[in-house]
Structures are given as structure tokens and as C-alpha cells.
Design a protein around this ligand. Structure first.
Ligand SMILES: [Zn+2]
Length: 129
């Protein structure tokens, strides 16, 4: 995995501040994640950073039932999350029974440190109240 560089420094600074930051194009207003030097929609170089709502839904997921992860104990869930802003990111779903996960499930971001690693964005189901 790539480390911190100039392009994604803002993203990692956001994570450290408990914010999920994504890029927004100043010309066509589209959002994108992961960070790029140009807009993937219109190729503009005029990009800004904005804090995403952190809300989204599960687009697809897989339950990892065996295997060793440095950070997560099986079974755990890896999911593609569609954020409200229209960008898709891959992350972990936490604090959920893997058997209860369904496509379309509403989720929200939270930031969690695993072991000695820096906090990372993960998602958890939105509990209906
Ligand atoms: Zn654009």
C-alpha cells in the first residue's frame, strides 16, 4: 500500500482529525475518491477537498471467514461503500454480525485504531432509532 505523499496528505490529515475527506472538482462539481491529480470526470486540474458526510450504503461485501489479518479477527466483513457524495470506497464493516450484512444497508463512518496502527476509516450500520 502506498504511503503518505503530497497528493493524499490532506486525506490522512483528515483521518487524524476524524474527517473523511474526498476531492471535489471546482469545474464540474463531481466528487472523487481516491485522490487524483485531475478530475476523473472532466480532467480538470482544479480540485478541492471537502469533508464527506460519512454516510453511505453497502454496495457489495464479502465475509472473510478464515485467514490472518494483522488487524481484524475472522470472521470480518470487507465492503464496497457508496458514499452519499457518489464515490465508492473499500473499507471494513465493524460492530456488526456478518450474517446481518445486506447490500443496501445504511452505514456511517467511524475512525478506529487497530493495534498500534493509526486510526483508519471503517463503517458501521446506522441503527434505526
Ligand atoms: Zn471535473
Amino acid at each position: 500500500m502506498a504511503g503518505v505523499d503530497q497528493l493524499n496528505q490532506v486525506y490522512f490529515d483528515g483521518v487524524a482529525d476524524g474527517q473523511l475527506r474526498i476531492q471535489q472538482c471546482k469545474d464540474c462539481a463531481a466528487y472523487q475518491f481516491y485522490p487524483r491529480v485531475i478530475c476523473k470526470h472532466c480532467s480538470s486540474e482544479h480540485l478541492s477537498w471537502t469533508a464527506a458526510s460519512g454516510r453511505g450504503q453497502v454496495a457489495s461485501f464479502t465475509v472473510v471467514r478464515r485467514g490472518v489479518s494483522a488487524a481484524f479477527e475472522a470472521p470480518y466483513v470487507i465492503a464496497l461503500i457508496d458514499l452519499e457524495e457518489g464515490v465508492r470506497m473499500m473499507s471494513h464493516l465493524v460492530d456488526v454480525d456478518p450474517e446481518q450484512v445486506v447490500t443496501g444497508m445504511a452505514v456511517t463512518v467511524l475512525f478506529r485504531s487497530v493495534g498500534e496502527a493509526d486510526p483508519q476509516p471503517v463503517f458501521t450500520p446506522v441503527v434505526a432509532s
